[in-house]
Design a protein around this ligand. Structure first.
Ligand SMILES: [Zn+2]
Length: 190
């Protein structure tokens, strides 16, 4: 008894001395993907546009104008495309959450068994998984959240894709890449 109490105290001491302080980068396909996609799209389309107009023998003025028009059109199309695709993805997520919620209401026993299976697959013993699943299912909202996380791999409460914060990111990196590839940028650097 005394030894157990001592061990707990040591663990508390360890936690004080070593608080969890690490952070993780966003690897869920959001920021890095949008920024990389925007930059690559800006580079490829603007270089092609400027090269095509230049190759056709247009004047320097027309080439610069094409570069600027391509940059603006690309930034707007990227922002709107990102917003629309993320909105569609969120609507689909909401529909899946509704399906899961309905299923938990209609067939609570089956869904409880499904969660027990998922938890035992993750390495829990049957009895621990049963206790955990029962505790999770005591709160229907929490149960829907846990089922969605395990079945779809997204956390509807915390990691919903957001349209607008990402849209400027992809359109900004697109514009930056377009600008670097465009004669207007080298003109402004001079
Ligand atoms: Zn389920």
């Amino acid at each position: 008894m005394r030894r157990y109490a001592r061990r707990v105290t040591d663990r508390e001491l360890d936690e004080d001395m070593n608080p969890i302080s690490h952070e993780h980068a966003d690897v869920s396909g959001g920021r890095v993907r949008a920024a990389t996609f925007g930059a690559m799209d800006g580079l490829v389309t603007n270089i092609s546009l400027v090269a095509g107009v230049g190759g056709a023998g247009a004047s320097a003025h027309t080439i610069v104008l094409s570069g600027v028009a391509g940059l603006i059109a690309g930034a707007f199309s990227m922002a709107l495309g990102e917003f629309t695709s993320v909105s569609t993805q969120n609507e689909q997520l909401d529909a899946e959450v509704a399906v899961e919620r309905n299923e938990i209401e209609k067939n609570p026993r089956g869904e409880l068994d499904e969660l027990i299976d998922m938890l035992t697959d993750m390495g829990m013993t049957e009895s621990t998984a049963t206790t955990a699943a029962n505790e999770i299912h005591a709160d229907p909202d929490g149960a829907v959240n846990v089922h969605i996380i395990h079945e779809l791999g997204v956390a509807p409460r915390t990691s919903r894709p957001r349209g607008w914060p990402r849209s400027p990111r992809s359109s900004c990196s697109r514009s930056a890449a377009s600008c670097r590839s465009s004669p207007t940028c080298s003109a402004s650097r001079r």
